[in-house]
Ligand binder design. Structure first.
Ligand code: SF4
Length: 219
C-alpha cells in the first residue's frame, strides 16, 4: 500500500514538472488519484461536471463551463480555464476573446462555432491568479480526457500553454511550440496563442492566422 501511495505521489510530481513547476507546497498532494467514475455519454458527463465539488474552485464558481459545440466535430478547441464572463454566462469564449475566436473560425477555416467542439482544461474559473493550481488542473483532467474519448476529434487546437502542456505532457513554452503538429494515437494537437493573448498582443494575430491555415490544410 505504501508503495502504491509513493508511486501516485511520484506521478503527481512528474505532472507538476511537466507544467513547469520546480517547487511546490507539499500540502497540494493527495495520496490518491481523484476518484472519478465517469459516464459514457457527453450529456451525463456534463451533468456530473455541473455537480462536481472535487476541488475548491467549486466554492467560488458561478457556473461550471463544461464545453459546447458539435458532438461530431473533427476539430476540438481546448483552452485553459473559464474567464469571468464565461463563468457568469456558463458559456465558452463568451466575451471579447469569443468574438476574436468566432472571426478566426469563420474567416480562416470557414467554420462556425457550432461546427467545432470547445472546452477548457479546467471547467471552473480559477481564482485570484491567471494560472490555476496544478492540483486543480490535475483533479479536473479526467473530464477533458473523457470528452476527447467521446467526441473523437481528428485535430485538437490547444489555446495557450496550459492546454498544450496537459494535452502533450511537454513543458515547452507556447512561443516555442506554436504552429507545430503533435501526433497522438487518434488525433493531432496543434498549439497556438489563446484569443485572450491576442487581445493584449494584436501583432500575434498573424501567427495564429498561419497556425489556422495549417489546421485547414490538415482538415
Ligand atoms: S474545476 Fe473541475 S474538478 Fe474542480 S470543481 Fe470544477 S469541475 Fe470539479
Amino acid at each position: 500500500m505504501k508503495n502504491l501511495k509513493n508511486a501516485l505521489l511520484l506521478k503527481q510530481l512528474y505532472q507538476l514538472k511537466q507544467l513547469g513547476y520546480r517547487y511546490t507546497d507539499v500540502n497540494l498532494f493527495k495520496e490518491e488519484e481523484p476518484n472519478l467514475s465517469l459516464p459514457n455519454t457527453l450529456k451525463s458527463l456534463e451533468k456530473q461536471a455541473k455537480e462536481c465539488h472535487l476541488c475548491e474552485l467549486s466554492k467560488s464558481r458561478n457556473k461550471v463551463v463544461f464545453g459546447e459545440g458539435s458532438l461530431e466535430a473533427t476539430l476540438m478547441i481546448v483552452g485553459d480555464f473559464p474567464s469571468n464572463s464565461d463563468d457568469s454566462a456558463g458559456k465558452m469564449f463568451s466575451g471579447r476573446s469569443g468574438d476574436t475566436l468566432t472571426k478566426m473560425l469563420e474567416n480562416v477555416l470557414g467554420l462556425t462555432r457550432a461546427d467545432v467542439y470547445m472546452t477548457n482544461v479546467l471547467k471552473c474559473r480559477a481564482l485570484d491568479t491567471q494560472t490555476p493550481s496544478p492540483a486543480h488542473a490535475h483533479t479536473c483532467h479526467p473530464y477533458l480526457l473523457k470528452q476527447i474519448e467521446l467526441i473523437q476529434p481528428k485535430i485538437i487546437l490547444a489555446f495557450g500553454e496550459l492546454a498544450y502542456q496537459y494535452l502533450t505532457g511537454d513543458d515547452s513554452s507556447i512561443s516555442e511550440v506554436r504552429g507545430t503538429v503533435h501526433e497522438k494515437e487518434a488525433y493531432r494537437v496543434i498549439p497556438t496563442y489563446h484569443p485572450n493573448y491576442l487581445l493584449r498582443n494584436p501583432s500575434a494575430k498573424k501567427n495564429v492566422f498561419e497556425d489556422l491555415k495549417k489546421v485547414k490544410a490538415l482538415m
